[in-house]
Design a protein around this ligand. Structure first.
Ligand SMILES: [Zn+2]
Length: 317
């Protein structure tokens, strides 16, 4: 009988011992509850994880390899946004579906952030695509690719950091330190771009994709032409535009045609074949493939590769 009592007693003692421990664990769990962040495009996902690290749980809404401009959220995506603490999107030109979505969901505990706040959006001013003028958000056709200007990327990092601090004030020092470190890396990259692109034999980027690199070209004083007139890859270039591009390639002695990520470089192949140019990729960083994600690409690594390809293609010193 004595022997049988012992395990029961042990269990009882353990149970009593365990109760306060359970309570303590719950407190820890509440205290360490990660801030849930959902983002649309890859740069926002990467900025958030660089700043928030282990204090946040960040989710990229775009499935791997999906073309970002054509993306529309499915019911499961809407639920992920609804369940998040912070939802980050680029701007109303990149994700025109956000306004409609917000009308249909409960946003009382959700902070929705347009990361283009404080950034001047550009608009194409002619049909050659090589002259830019600054316009406000009110323009109906503004260029959504703000992240491809590294000074804008730094502003977006600040916006994200301040939102994380607002949701999680205890992490203030942590977020500010990470944001500062990350902005330093962006600043160094920006300097590298400036130095490299200041001494190039050729100063014309011919891009056989949609008009994505207007911000980058403007920042470094380079002429940029895209085969697709629009800001998204949904319209095929016209035969007239292809003739124009071919003429530009010959006139400016362009040696390389750039193609975009996630789509077959059909148009780039046509132009390259017609003109005898080589092919190089310019990654717009909108989204990444599963392989790229698994290999650990970052916004900075994609932009470093872009600079290598620009250096080679524009024959920079
Ligand atoms: Zn784009």
């Amino acid at each position: 009988m004595k022997k049988a009592f012992l395990p029961i007693l042990t269990i009882t003692i353990l149970t009593f011992l365990f109760f306060p421990a359970c309570g303590k664990n719950e407190n820890i769990t509440v205290k360490e509850k990660k801030i849930k962040v959902v983002t649309t495009i890859f740069p926002l996902y990467d900025f958030a994880r660089q700043i928030g690290r282990e204090r946040i749980e960040v989710n990229l809404l775009l499935p791997p390899g999906v073309e970002a401009h054509a993306f529309e959220p499915r019911p499961a995506d809407i639920k992920r946004i609804q369940d998040a603490d912070i939802f980050l999107f680029t701007n109303k030109f990149m994700e025109p579906w956000v306004a409609g979505l917000l009308k249909g969901i409960d946003t009382r505990s959700l902070t929705v952030i347009d990361t283009s706040q404080g950034i001047i959006l550009l608009q194409r001013s002619d049909n050659h695509g090589d002259e830019e003028h600054a316009h406000t958000h009110e323009s109906a056709t503004a260029d959504p690719h703000i992240w491809l200007d590294l000074s804008n990327a730094m502003k977006m990092v600040d916006t994200i950091a301040s939102q994380l601090i607002a949701k999680d004030p205890q992490g203030k020092e942590f977020y500010l330190k990470n944001a500062d470190e990350y902005k330093k890396r962006l600043e160094e990259l920006d300097k590298k771009y400036k130095n490299t692109l200041a001494h190039c034999k050729n100063r014309v980027i011919v891009h056989a994709g949609h008009f994505a690199f207007g911000y980058l070209a403007k920042r470094y004083g380079i002429t940029y032409m895209s085969a697709y007139k629009g800001f998204s890859p949904d319209a095929e270039p016209t035969p007239k535009r292809l003739v124009e591009i071919t003429k530009i390639v010959r006139r400016y002695g362009v040696k390389y045609i750039y193609y975009e990520e996630l789509v077959t470089p059909k148009m780039a192949n046509v132009i390259a074949k017609e003109t005898g140019c080589g092919l190089l990729m310019l990654h717009g960083a909108h989204n990444v493939t599963r392989e790229e994600m698994e290999s650990g690409v970052t916004f900075v690594s994609l932009m470093e590769k872009n600079l290598e390809n620009l250096k080679a293609g524009l024959q920079c010193l």
